[in-house]
Write a protein that binds this ligand. Structure first.
Ligand code: FES
Length: 105
């Protein structure tokens, strides 16, 4: 279980508990966090679940690779710290993780 904070562009924060084995996207959808659309349901095929990993956490979470990296080309204003939230599975190590929700998906 990890507590994850989603920060909206206006500074609003949503703090949610996400069980191990679920993705960041699952934590957002299951808790009605605004701004994460996840139109493909987590299949790494839509890029509407993008988040920016907080700088303090990026080294631990790591960069996107492979298909996820390719899909990020279709995301709204991808950055170095972008990840598709459906592709990051939660473990206890991610307790306290902070991610930023893009202005659009
Ligand atoms: S939910 Fe579609 S790529 Fe993540």
């Amino acid at each position: 279980m990890a507590k994850i904070t989603f920060v909206q562009t206006d500074g609003t924060k949503n703090e949610v508990d996400v069980p191990n084995g679920q993705s960041i996207k699952d934590g957002a959808i299951n808790n009605l966090v605004p701004g994460i659309l996840a139109e493909c349901g987590g299949a790494c095929a839509c890029a509407t679940c993008q988040v920016y990993i907080d700088d303090a956490w990026f080294e631990k979470v790591g960069p996107a690779k492979g298909v996820e990296k390719d899909m990020l080309d279709f995301a709204f204003e991808p950055k170095e710290t972008s990840r598709l939230s459906c592709q990051v599975d939660i473990t206890d190590d991610f307790d306290g993780l902070v991610v930023h929700v893009p202005e659009e998906q």
